[in-house]
Design a protein around this ligand. Sequence first.
Ligand code: FNR
Length: 183
Amino acid sequence: MTKVGVLVGSLRKNSFSSKVAKNVVELFPDGFEVEFVEIGNLPLFNQDWEEELGTPAEVTEFRHTVKGLDAVLIVTPEYNRSIPAVLKNALDVGSRPYGESVWNGKPAAIISQSPGTLAGFGANHHLRQVLAFLNMPVVQQPEAYIGSVHELLDENGMFNNDTRQFLQSFVDAFVDLIKKHTK
Ligand code: FNR
């Protein structure tokens, strides 16, 4: 079984990002186990954890969970033309101590969403910059920018066929990338 973790860059109860993520989870083929990874319970990263403070239990558990994944899907909104702090914090938390990053080498895929028409382009590309440094191969094409998201989701939080078909092609590309890196 190939394990994919989903990180959602919003803590909002009715988050569009989590609705998008729920649609995408359904599109993985047999042989893939897809699970949401909680990031809202993580304390703000503090480098003193590595010295006098010691590592908080939630952090140890998060690192352990991510270590056990084969790949990571990130669905995120854009905050002020970048990624939300809660997502950056989770990436920072998993990247330390130096040389022990749990992200290293894990294939990743990015979906940005927004009710606006720019579809989180800024967040999408800031995230690409971070994942490049974390040595994570990222799906390049197709790129997934979901704009006007509130108009695309129906009352049950589901996408129409066109959007679902696009997202299926995105998941197919992700699955190919994962297979290339997990032989
Ligand atoms: C936003 N929003 C926003 N939208 C966007 O397209 N570009 C942006 O730079 C920002 N900046 C921004 C900052 C902050 C602090 C908030 C709270 C919101 C609007 C944002 O896209 C909208 O609230 C989404 O619904 C957030 O995603 P979730 O929570 O629905 O997943």
